[in-house]
Design a protein around this ligand. Structure first.
Ligand code: AMP
Length: 416
């Protein structure tokens, strides 16, 4: 299948070629024709499938075909996080580079004046987080009377983050006659009811099994007591193949601690979480993309928008509490057609969450022992603080400091 058979505009095809894409991904093949035909669409697809291009390319084709008129905002994309908004913006700009279109982002944490100006100027494509946009719309910025396309990206996450009331208020101010595209990693009952509210006779496309992690990702579990996690991570990072590593921490403070520990081991590390300013977050992401740092430690929310090519490994330093988060996290590697590895540290306390993930993805995940990692020596070397207060969880209690005891305990608890 080639992009040329999908009905896209020549200048957009040129930009796609320049982006280095040789053929459309499955979601692009499935989504582009119905969007070009004017249908509302529900796209069930996880991150990394190429969904941004799947909605952007046909929208740009339709914008390019329209007769020139006064400049008015014609496309509104709503996204849950600033990082995701920035990335959609980068994508749209790349695909629209040969078109005379204007693009702007609207989100909190940065100055509002440029955003007001962009809204006032009738910028063709606005990519926004719901909170700041609603705030500015409430102060009469932006004119959406000419809006033709509304995209709700990562709708499941916007729902989780409590954005639906804001989205409702925004949508109420948009023209009824518009094309609405909704993307979500999962199709829950709540998402379905949103589609009834916001869309008309939508077509549904689903890529892969629901919540099925990208097939190209190799998944592994390392069973490890909490207090050995820092040493195990440092040990694994001795492998030079782990050259671009995204580490997930459950808590912001945990993320900072992991980063400090890695820096002590001489591993260049940046962090991404909501306690950091927008500029710090963008710098962390840029340093990671450019290779200035090898490891990026992030929390789930902050990592939502991460779209970085070439992530070699995702490490679930803290095992996710929700299976959906597992799928999102590991979707960060093995992106598009690259091969990646997803490594999860699993403590005895994570056992039931691991079972939920395995049920959710419909298969078991391989357990592995870290080659060359001396569990005993690492336990001896763990600081008293680590032994007493293992990262991100309760005190060790029953599973005490003796490594042998831990191992036996794992042996018993993890045998299947
Ligand atoms: P997304 O799912 O939109 O976050 O996209 C995932 C990644 O795939 C991004 O880095 C895109 O640049 C890349 N991508 C999108 N479409 C294609 C394609 N047809 N071929 C290769 N890479 C693509």
């Amino acid at each position: 299948m080639s992009f040329h058979t999908l009905g896209l505009e020549a200048r957009i095809l040129k930009a796609v070629q320049e982006a280095g894409y040789t053929e459309p991904t499955p979601i692009q093949t499935a989504a582009i024709p119905p969007i070009l035909a004017g249908h509302d669409l529900i796209g069930i697809a996880q991150t990394g499938t190429g969904k941004t291009a799947a909605f952007t390319l046909p929208i740009l084709t339709k914008l390019a075909a329209a007769a020139p008129g006064p400049r008015r905002t014609r496309v509104l994309v709503l996204a849950p996080t600033r990082e995701l908004a920035v990335q959609i913006d980068e994508n749209v700009r790349a695909y629209a580079r040969h078109l005379p279109l204007t693009v702007a982002t609207v989100f909190g944490g940065v100055g509002e004046h440029p955003q007001m100006k962009a809204l006032g100027a009738g910028t063709d494509v606005i990519i926004a987080c719901p909170g700041r946009l609603l705030d500015l719309m409430g102060r009469r910025h932006g004119n959406f009377s000419g809006l033709q396309f509304l995209v709700l990206d990562e709708a499941d996450r916007m729902l989780d983050m409590g954005f639906i009331p804001s989205i409702r208020q925004i949508v109420r101010q948009l023209p009824q006659k518009r094309q609405t595209l909704l993307f979500s990693a999962t199709l829950s009952r709540e998402i379905e009811s949103l589609t009834h509210e916001f869309q008309r006779a939508p077509k549904t496309i689903q890529i892969g099994r629901r919540a099925n992690p990208a097939d190209t990702v190799t998944q592994l579990i390392y069973e490890v007591p909490k207090h050995l996690k820092p040493a195990l991570l440092a040990h694994l990072l001795r492998d030079p193949q782990m050259d671009m590593v995204l580490v997930f921490s459950r808590m912001k403070h945990g993320a900072d601690r992991i980063a400090r520990k890695l820096e002590q081991h001489g591993v260049k590390t940046a962090t991404l979480h909501s306690n950091r300013s927008q500029n710090q977050r963008l710098r962390a992401l840029n340093d990671f993309k450019s290779g200035a740092v090898r490891v990026l430690v992030a929390t789930d929310i902050a990592a939502r928008g991460i779209d970085v090519d070439g992530i070699s490994h995702v490490v679930n330093y803290d095992f996710p509490m929700h299976p959906e988060d597992y799928v999102h996290r590991i979707g960060r590697t093995g992106r598009a057609l690259a091969i990646g590895d997803a490594i999860s540290f699993v403590t005895p306390e994570d056992q039931s969450d691991l079972r939920s993930v395995e049920r959710f993805i419909g298969r078991g995940i391989v357990r592995k022992r870290a080659e060359g990692f001396d569990y005993h020596a690492a336990a001896e070397a763990a600081t008293p603080d680590e032994r007493r207060h293992p990262r991100g969880g309760p005190r060790p209690g029953g599973h005490g400091g003796r490594p042998q005891g831990n191992r036996r305990r794992f042996g018993a608890r993890f045998s299947r």
